[in-house]
Design a protein around this ligand. Structure first.
Ligand SMILES: [Fe+2]
Length: 297
């Protein structure tokens, strides 16, 4: 498998379809970031998109223009990676409504809101960026992606709040499971919401999967969730739109939307990027693009 992936990756880097201006926008975003914590690109080349499947075993996609576009983008951000618990470690994950996931809080659902979350906040190898590529918008244009950023949240926090979130550990639960999505597993990941440089903190936030150790901790978490939603920015992804999210500075959410299961449903592809693969290789003693659960480095 890995030889095929490396070949595809090399082809994506040279023929991924991004133009010079878009390449510059992506690299600028990686280096300098922005206040919103995301970059929205439109009208990209995604190739021929077949009818939206209704289950993963019906997923057949011969034109790989969109996959190459995603891999080229992750290569500009760093290295594409996968996780064994997400589509068996595939570097490109496909999301479309699954009837069986109705009312469940997973990326395969549609009629349930996905609350704000930093991707894989419990994982020691957290993606630096995630890239969402819209292959098809939902027919009723209801699906909204929300992004909240620590830069937009900070002006609403007091100095005491900031000190609290830099020092108060929360237990970040994992949904890590090979067989089931959305379980809440205690992997002993006690960590703070804010970390890094106090003048420009990094942020991890996943209220549904965070356990406070005191009443004050819970009250502060509730307060932060309200502020995070107040400053969240909505994005409506149309077909051929790409959303690059800085996962170390933001949390994102998705509104519910209607599914028809007739080939016209919303279809999103996602890829993750890390920018420091050699650091993880040195710490873990293993070079890989696909990570199992890691809770400490
Ligand atoms: Fe997500």
């Amino acid at each position: 498998m890995s030889e095929i992936i490396e070949h595809l990756l090399a082809e994506a880097v040279t023929k991924g379809g991004l133009n010079q201006k878009q390449i510059a926008q992506i690299v600028m975003f990686r280096i300098f970031g922005n206040k919103s914590g995301f970059l929205h690109l439109e009208n990209l080349r995604i190739g021929q998109i077949p009818a939206t499947p209704i289950s993963r075993n019906q997923l057949v996609k011969r034109d790989i223009t969109s996959e190459k576009l995603l891999l080229q983008t992750t290569s500009l951000l760093g290295e594409p990676i996968g996780y064994t618990q997400e589509s068996n470690g595939d570097l490109i994950n496909n999301f479309f409504p699954h009837q069986s996931q109705s009312k469940s809080a997973t990326s395969d659902s549609y009629d349930t809101e996905l609350d704000l979350h930093t991707e894989n906040a419990f994982h020691a190898v957290q993606p630096e960026h995630l890239v969402l590529l819209c292959l098809r918008q939902d027919p009723l244009k209801e699906a909204v992606t929300y992004i909240t950023s620590i830069e937009r949240i900070l002006p609403h926090l007091t100095d005491d709040d900031i000190s609290f979130f830099f020092t108060e550990p929360y237990n970040f639960l994992s949904d890590y499971s090979h067989t089931e999505k959305n379980c809440r597993i205690d992997v002993g990941q006690e960590q703070t919401v804010l970390y890094g440089d106090r003048s420009a903190p990094m942020f991890r936030f996943d209220p549904y999967f965070m356990v406070a150790s005191s009443a004050r901790g819970q009250a502060q978490l509730d307060k932060l969730r309200t502020i995070a939603w107040d400053v969240a920015q909505p994005v409506l992804l149309k077909a051929r739109d790409m959303l690059i999210i800085d996962n170390r500075k933001t949390a994102h959410a998705r509104s519910p939307f209607t599914a028809r299961f007739d080939g016209t449903d919303r279809w999103i592809q996602r890829a993750f990027a890390i920018s420091n693969q050699r650091f993880y290789t040195a710490k873990l003693g293993k070079q890989s693009r696909v990570f199992d659960l890691v809770t400490a480095l």
